[in-house]
Design a binder for this molecule. Structure first.
Ligand SMILES: *[C@@H]1O[C@H](CO)[C@@H](O)[C@H](O)[C@H]1NC(C)=O
Length: 283
């Protein structure tokens, strides 16, 4: 109808169209459903629904970003007597607690000139990134028998949160330590710990080389070049001494002289690049 009326009326076509439009609608009283003004009740409902949906969206996003994912810490990786019923530690918490263990132990021993070196997975982390490995659940330190005796004899001012336990010790009594792992430094909030391996001196029969190593035990099961069953981690003294400075989690620490030989013996040639299934090999 509109088109018919406007044939041959090129110039003011649009204007006319608009006018006609209005006239038409007014005449017929017809309103297209999409143009109908909403009632106050409809407006109110739309506003309320919008608020509800926006709130739900906000709560979802908030939940995603704030929900803690509790990591299951196997019992073999902590002193279970310190486990809390309702605890929940995520990876960040665990890394923070391990970092605290390492830093407080290293700083206290350095201040009292008790010799130690980073061992096993902890040494690997120091060499790779100067920090913990992803998914680490404990820490390892090596000490000579002499240094361990000095540790045993010295009452050190460790922060309250931590507890050192040494086999047959008066200063650092323990019910649970054994010959294979005579010392353990424990975070009493989580039960996570730092293990102390004591390296005993010996002489290699073939060539009289000075050797050192902790007693053979299951602790060394992942060592690739260790002989025996249980495995015996025993290495030349000059792989360890003189100790070298190295950084770990922001503190100055001590590492074996030849970390390369040490780590190759433990983990193989590709220790720097190999990706470890830590969950698997620690337990
Ligand atoms: C630690 O000290 C206690 C008590 O002085 C002693 O009986 C024990 O043999 C010591 N252990 C080590 C490894 O030195």
């Amino acid at each position: 109808m509109l088109q018919q009326r406007n044939i041959g009326n090129d110039g003011a076509e649009d204007e006319t169209l608009l006018e006609l439009d209005e006239e038409d609608y007014n005449k017929d009283g017809y309103i297209h459903p999409l143009n109908a003004p909403s009632t106050p009740w409809e407006k109110f409902t739309i506003v309320v629904l919008s608020i509800v949906f926006i709130s739900i969206g906000f709560v979802c996003v908030h939940t995603v970003f704030t929900t803690k994912i509790c990591v299951h810490i196997p019992n073999g990786h902590r002193e279970t007597r310190f486990r809390a019923v309702d605890e929940c530690f995520d990876h960040e918490d665990i890394n923070g607690m391990l970092r605290g263990l390492a830093q407080s132990f290293i700083i206290t021993l350095s201040a009292h000139e008790i010799e130690y070196w980073l061992d096993s997975g902890t040494l690997l982390g120091a060499k790779r990134t100067s920090s913990l490995n992803p998914n680490d659940l404990d820490l390892d330190i090596g000490m000579s028998l002499k240094a361990f005796q000095k540790l045993n004899d010295t009452l050190l001012p460790f922060p309250q949160r931590y507890k050192l336990e040494i086999l047959d010790s008066v200063n650092y009594p323990s019910q649970t330590r054994d010959e294979a792992l005579p010392g353990r430094y424990i975070d009493q909030v989580s039960g996570l710990y730092l293990d102390i391996f004591v390296f005993l001196p010996s002489i290699r029969e073939d060539d009289g080389e000075l050797m050192m190593g902790p007693i053979a035990s299951g602790c060394w099961h992942e060592c690739v070049a260790c002989p025996g069953h249980p495995k015996h981690f025993i290495i030349p003294e000059n792989w360890v001494y003189p100790l070298m400075p190295c950084m770990f989690e922001g503190v100055k620490a001590r590492c074996p002289n030849s970390a390369k030989a040490y780590l190759t013996h433990l983990y193989g040639e590709d220790y720097m690049t190999r990706s470890w299934d830590f969950e698997n090999y620690i337990t």
